[in-house]
Design a protein around this ligand. Structure first.
Ligand code: GLY
Length: 342
């Protein structure tokens, strides 16, 4: 396995991931899965039977599992399994599993070692890397949580072979964001790619690298790391509005719509030209059909935007000064948002 940045490993082969984990955990770790990764990823991970003595804990699939109720159930399961500080937890799944599993591992008995094996593109390029763990609370995204680094993150695109294209796009939104906030070259490379596994896989590690470099400089999110939140002030609000509805809004689609609105804000505030904003918007909309999300009213979004962790006594957004450069702590008013949002 190649270490692409501190404790983040890349390999094309699941057997390398198995070997790395086995060396650390031995044959009987706890493996946290959801229904889908139990069916599709666990058989791949345990194909040669090394982890037959592992204890699997399965949570329901979906964002609703990032809840206090599910966290309590998993803490109870760990208690019943007599987990102690020498036990390892492997989080095998997408962002829900790695966010929840990281939070549970970091708080159980004040912390047990954990490894993230992301199985979605979104978790490979974002959620599993950088040590943000947590759950949703009171209708707000990631409201309760801790910063806590996994011992290792093992990224292997073989886990993505069964992922539908919609979920490749879901992660691709974060890859586009990495280009916009951190590297014009990355942005240019991504623009013409098909959103298939073959199309994007050569660029996963550069996306992770952009994120990891920023995290290394500002682990606790007090400055530069907030660049990674471009598109998320509005994106999280869109997701929160969608939480109560029958069909859940995928994070990447909400962030894509959030990036469109926040790019328009950059132009409104004179940070980039109207032409640049239109070019960025056209690239995003070429991949994401989000007209329904762009028509959510400012009145619906504002209560959630106000809860954003970047805010102080006013709303602070991450905006762009040019393609490849994010700007943190940009004050935005409700009036400005109302000019941009229907
Ligand atoms: N997902 C944004 C961050 O890790 O800071």
């Amino acid at each position: 396995m190649k270490e692409i940045c501190q404790s983040v490993f890349w390999t094309e082969s699941v057997s390398d991931v198995v070997e790395h984990c086995f060396d650390l955990t031995g044959e009987a770790p706890i493996v946290l899965v959801d229904e889908s990764t139990h069916d599709h990823c666990w058989p791949l991970f345990n194909q040669s039977g090394q982890f037959t003595k592992a204890d699997l804990i399965e949570i329901p699939q979906g964002e609703e599992s990032k809840s206090l109720e599910i966290a309590e159930q998993v803490w109870s399961a760990l208690t019943n399994l007599h987990v102690n500080r020498s036990t390892w937890v492997i989080n095998l799944g997408g962002g829900v599993v790695t966010d929840l599993g990281g939070f549970i591992s970091s708080t159980f008995k004040r912390g047990v070692n954990f490894i993230n094996i992301p199985t979605t593109l979104l978790s490979m390029v974002d959620a599993s890397v950088g040590g943000k763990t947590g759950i949703n609370f009171g209708g707000f995204k990631n409201h309760i949580g801790v910063f806590s680094l996994p011992h290792s993150v093992c990224i292997c695109p073989e886990f993505l072979t069964t992922l539908p294209e919609e979920h490749i796009r879901n992660g691709f939104a974060e890859m586009l964001k990495h280009g916009l906030i951190g590297s014009e070259d990355h942005w240019n490379n991504l623009q013409k790619l098909p959103t298939t596994l073959e199309g994007v896989s050569d660029y996963i590690s550069s996306s992770v690298q952009i994120k990891a470099d920023i995290v290394e400089r500002d682990f606790r999110d007090s400055g530069e790391r907030m660049k990674l939140n471009f598109g998320h002030s509005v994106g999280h609000a869109i997701e929160a509005v969608g939480m109560g509805q029958e069909e859940h809004v995928l994070h990447g689609y909400a962030v894509a719509a959030g990036m469109v609105i926040e790019t328009r804000l950059c132009a409104l505030k004179g940070l980039i030209s109207d032409e640049q904003a239109k070019d960025i918007e056209a690239v995003i909309l070429q991949y994401f059909e989000v007209s329904n999300l762009l028509s959510i009213s400012v009145e619906e979004l504002l209560p959630y935007i106000w809860q954003d962790k970047k805010n102080t006594d006013h709303m602070n957004f991450t905006l762009l000064s040019q393609i490849g450069t994010g700007l943190v702590n940009q004050e935005v008013t409700a009036e400005e948002l109302a000019q941009i949002i229907a």
